[in-house]
Ligand binder design. Structure first.
Ligand code: HEC
Ligand code: HEC
Length: 383
């Protein structure tokens, strides 16, 4: 790796500005997070078994699979007790990869998993879109067959983590039969079905079966339509699929500019009802949330904002107090700063312009030039 990196031509590149929001832009705060969440133990426990060690290294040290595919704890660290039990990223669900038969990859063979990582498509199981399309395109499709096998072997060995709902690959669908459809000319299709026929059926077929080689995949026995929530289906409809590969490219158009939130919701609910898991229906608000990528803020996010605000306020107060103390020590004249602050000081003779002058005289008058000509606010209680 060193030899390769040192062979690259030098590039002059200005560093990017730190774009993190306050208080995340305060670097030393990371040390507290590391203390809570960072375990430098790598994959030692699994490394004991030599054949799995390589897969563990590829998954954890290089692939960071768990960063997306595990849930996070309160402080947004990977919850290691639910390793690969399913997570969320940018509006997408990163499915449970554990060996649970009902909610994970328990029903996949090692070869199917290796094929998914190589090509992004296992007909009758799953296709890689969104962030996973990037993982396949830029990373796993470039692995050697041995590395793919090692990675798949390791993932298959991860103990089962049960999560939501039934097996997402099991839904066989009950699509309208095309001959019935043609025979029943007076049939009235609902909005979801009409949209499906107009926008999806050309590739995925009216029956949802896709095409034989899986280039246009089947919508039943499909992890996205079989999932307990409709998030990835909504995301695939809004953003399409774009994945380049050494063996095959995959491209499905994005419909975010064609359909409004209501239309996407009717279409998605029709697809779930007809081909997949009818659970997890969506409405227009759900679609809107995914369209603008409104991720629910974590409780820690709010805490950090409040805590960060308080810390900043305390820091400002301390800095100001230090400044006053310094000035006082320098001039040796106490209380002169009240002039500039325009605070009606309780011991002052009276409010109003005369009052201010008198007050200045009372405390030494040494900064008369700085006293404002405008009267101080009337003190109603006194007048
Ligand atoms: C940047 C986040 C991210 C990373 C990193 C990531 N994945 Fe994924 N993965 C996803 C998302 C999102 C999906 C769902 C894709 C879809 O629905 O089309 C997914 C889907 C999958 C699936 C299909 C599961 C199913 O039931 O449909 C497999 C298998 C998978 N990932 C394996 C891996 C492995 C192995 C790694 C590490 C080498 C990895 N992923 C790294 C986000 C990620
Ligand atoms: C031009 C052809 C085409 C059209 C039209 C089309 N798709 Fe696709 N669809 C694809 C291709 C290609 C893939 C990805 C195949 C792959 O990954 O290898 C795909 C993938 C999918 C997936 C799996 C996505 C994932 O994240 O795993 C779903 C679900 C899907 N399409 C639903 C739809 C729906 C619903 C419509 C109508 C709004 C639609 N498609 C329209 C070609 C199309």
């Amino acid at each position: 790796m060193k030899a390769y990196i040192f062979s690259l031509a030098p590039v002059t590149q200005q560093n990017h500005e730190n774009e993190m929001q306050f208080p995340y832009n305060i670097r030393f705060l990371m040390s507290f997070w590391n203390l809570l969440n960072f375990r430098n133990s790598g994959s030692q426990s699994v490394a004991a078994q030599a054949d799995l060690a390589r897969g563990a290294y590829l998954a954890d040290a290089l692939g960071h699979c768990a960063e997306c595919h595990s849930p996070r704890n309160l402080t947004m660290g990977v919850d290691s007790s639910k390793y690969l039990g399913g997570g969320a990223v940018d509006g997408w669900t990163a499915f449970n990869l554990s060996s649970s038969k009902s909610s994970g990859l328990g029903g996949w063979t090692t070869d199917e998993l290796a094929q998914y990582l190589k090509t992004g498509n296992v007909p009758g199981k799953a296709q890689a879109a969104g962030p996973m399309a990037e993982v396949v395109e830029n990373s796993t499709s470039h692995l050697s067959d041995e590395d793919l096998h090692a990675l798949a072997t390791f993932i298959k060995a991860v103990p089962g983590q049960a999560s939501d709902g039934p097996d997402r690959f099991s839904f066989a669908g009950h699509p309208t039969d095309i001959t019935d459809y043609r025979a029943d000319a007076g049939r009235h299709a609902g909005e979801g079905e009409q949209l499906f026929i107009a926008a999806c059926a050309t590739c995925h077929m009216l029956s949802g079966s896709g095409v034989k080689d899986g280039a246009y995949p089947s919508l039943f026995h499909n992890s996205v339509t079989g999932a307990a929530n409709a998030d990835n289906l909504v995301m695939a409809v809004l953003h399409g699929v774009e994945r380049r590969g050494s063996i095959n490219d995959a491209s499905m158009p994005a419909f975010e500019d064609e359909f409004d939130d209501n239309q996407v919701a009717s279409l998605v609910n029709y697809v779930k009802d007809t081909f997949g898991n009818p659970q997890g229906k969506v409405n227009a608000e759900d679609v809107h949330r995914l369209r603008v990528n409104l991720v629910a803020p974590s409780p820690v996010d709010s805490l950090m904002k409040v805590g960060g605000g308080i810390a900043a306020a305390v820091a400002i107060i301390i800095a100001f107090a230090a400044f006053l103390w310094f000035r006082r020590a320098r001039t040796g004249r106490p209380r002169s700063h009240y002039n500039a602050l325009r605070i009606p000081f309780p011991g002052w003779p009276s409010a109003g312009e005369g009052g201010a002058r008198a007050a200045v005289r009372a405390i030494g008058g040494h900064r008369a030039a700085k006293v404002h000509a405008r009267p101080l606010p009337q003190n109603k209680a006194r007048n």
